[in-house]
Design a protein. Structure first.
Length: 580
């Protein structure tokens, strides 16, 4: 930041810290492909390609949505909510934003939303009492599939009513050919609001629209969840319809529309407040408005709640643990699905309350709840009916995971990807084989203690496996025969990732081609051992194959990949690259 610019009233600055994010391709504590790479000035731009110095999210494209472990959406999830991941960036100086430059250095087009906050983690901790947290959308748009070249993305911003030093980017990678990579974010702004309108020297590339109030801003608090008196009056012939028909019609409304309808008249309010309209509640799209008051208002409507998502909710004490516990005491008895990814209000008593009040719970998502200690996850070992459990990027330990496995023999989907504290992974795999015969998918991504012993045990005890992620598991060795044994034992496999395993060989691919004919997705990135013969065997034998990543496999050159794309048009062949 230039001192003269500050004196002139406007500043431009790069992020000094990444304060929160939903996922990353890299490993916590490393420097490769991690979210923290988005702080500071560009490291790659104007270069283009796959570089470890960039920020990379965990997934991309449509393939993660069509694999066996893909989740079904909760009822009333709005189709307008496009965000799949987010990252929050802290800047040194509070400014009224005039422009934001986002440096995209690989597969651009994923940015769908830019938001600003009226506070930041440090400021919030020092406020007594804390101010009300407000997020404003500065820009939103559709995801794009763009040409393969670097982009400095500077969308037109709506004026922000407050100075900010906390910016949030939300992304959607469904149209991307490969991982998106972000290099840096630069924020321009003025220190005083009046200068936003009057300073001709302010650097700007866009004409800014007049200030406006977002239709959804504070929707939950001001409209959706306040028990206002509805209007009496003539309902026409609508109330002559059978109640079942009215309930069916209302079931097609998203949550804001349902609550708007409740305010229109007492007749519709009665139907809109029916607990059967609230069997599924997805509050993730409204993460910035959901607070204690929201949960308290919802309590009276959710006596038959079966599915609940509070993912991304609860930052800055907007939701407090005791409020969540009380909500579960009233509304948890029929709950089968609970998604709390990146939730910021949980502690051990909250997980204990889930076990006490949700006896039917089958799905629990605690991914990226990084602040929870292993003692909190020990509460999950008291559950007995889990079929789907996501512990991605948490601090859970191997011994706790083993206790959970033994208590939940019906477990079908388990995500332990990026669990840095989860040691003894062979013992975890052995317990899965002994106690969870119905296991269909397990994610061991970046589990460094998994060896051929654990993989062989898993393959022998869980023959129904459909999906297995063994990416970045460095202790797995092809020469032990573990991959061949996996193919022979788990012939139902539809997705197999052995990303960055340098030992994968033609023999492993020949075994997959022979035994796993239903294979749909295969990732062998980074192996130096696979020849064209091995890859071609899979392409010829696995007729359902739709995705095949052969990036950084030196024996498979681009000319060969191009030829195969012509011969196998239904297969998305991926080969990443670097331009220096």
């Amino acid at each position: 930041m230039n001192e003269e610019d500050v004196k002139a009233g406007y500043v431009h600055q790069y992020a000094i810290e990444v304060v929160d994010f939903s996922s990353q391709y890299g490993y916590d504590g490393s420097m490769s492909y991690v979210a923290s790479n988005l702080s500071g000035p560009p490291n790659v731009y104007p270069g283009y390609g796959d570089f470890t110095q960039a920020c990379v999210f965990r997934t991309y494209g449509p393939w993660w949505k069509c694999c066996p472990s893909a989740r079904k959406p909760i009822n009333r999830s709005p189709i307008t909510f496009r965000s799949q991941d987010y990252i929050e960036l802290l800047f040194e100086e509070r400014v009224y934003p005039s422009r934001i430059d986002i440096f995209e250095t690989y597969n651009p087009g994923s940015i769908v939303k830019i938001l600003a906050c009226n506070t930041s983690p440090k400021d919030f901790a020092e406020l007594d009492p804390p101010e009300e947290v407000e997020w404003v959308t500065l820009w939103s748009g559709q995801p794009e599939g763009l040409p393969a070249r670097p982009r400095e993305f500077s969308p037109p911003l709506k004026p922000c009513p407050f100075a900010t030093n906390l910016i949030r980017l939300e992304v959607n990678q469904k149209l991307l050919e490969y991982y998106t990579e972000l290099d840096a974010v630069k924020l321009y702004g003025v220190l005083e609001c009046k200068e936003l309108q009057n300073s001709p020297a302010l650097p700007s590339r866009h004409v800014y629209p007049d200030p406006g109030i977002s239709a959804t801003q504070k929707m939950l608090r001001d409209l959706m969840l306040v028990d206002k008196k509805s209007s009496p009056g003539n309902n026409g012939y609508f109330d002559m319809l059978p109640s079942e028909v009215i309930q069916l019609i209302l079931s097609y409304l998203d949550m804001p529309s349902l609550c708007n309808a409740a305010l229109s008249c007492s007749f519709l309010m009665h139907h809109c407040y029916d607990p059967l309209q609230y069997t599924g509640l997805d509050l993730q799209p409204y993460w910035s408005q959901v607070d204690d008051y929201v949960l308290k208002c919802l309590q009276i409507r959710c006596s038959h709640l079966q599915q609940l998502s509070l993912s991304w909710c609860g930052r800055y004490d907007m939701i407090k643990g005791p409020t969540f516990i009380k909500f579960l005491e009233h509304c948890g008895s029929e709950l089968t699905c609970l998604r709390l990814s990146c939730s910021r209000f949980l502690y051990a008593d909250c997980l204990r309350a889930i076990g006490l009040n949700c006896p039917l719970l089958q799905e629990l998502d605690l991914s990226s709840c990084t602040y929870l200690h292993d003692t909190a996850f020990q509460q999950v070992a008291n559950f007995t009916s889990l079929r789907r459990l996501n512990l991605y990027r948490t601090s859970v330990t191997g011994s706790t995971v083993r206790s959970i496995i033994r208590s939940n023999p019906g477990l079908e989907y388990l995500n332990l990807g990026g669990c840095k504290s989860c040691d003894g992974m062979d013992d975890v795999a052995i317990d899965l084989a002994q106690h969870c015969p119905q296991l269909k998918a397990v994610d061991f991504w970046r589990c460094r203690s998994l060896t051929n012993i654990g993989l062989r045990a898993l393959a022998s005890g869980c023959s129904l496996l459909l999906e297995l992620d063994l990416g970045w598991c460095p202790e797995l060795r092809s020469n032990t025969g573990c991959f061949v044994y996996l193919a022979q034992s788990c012939h139902l496999l539809r997705k197999l990732f052995v990303t960055a395993n340098r030992t994968v060989s033609d023999n492993d691919l020949f075994a997959l081609a022979k035994h796993c004919r239903d294979l749909e997705q295969l990732d062998i990135l980074g192996t130096r051992m696979v020849s064209p013969d091995g890859a071609l065997a899979v392409l010829n034998s696995c007729k359902k194959l739709s995705f095949f990543d052969v990036s950084f496999c030196p024996l498979l050159d681009f000319a060969m990949i191009y030829k195969w794309k012509m011969a196998f048009p239904d297969v998305a062949l991926r080969k990443s690259f670097q331009n220096t």
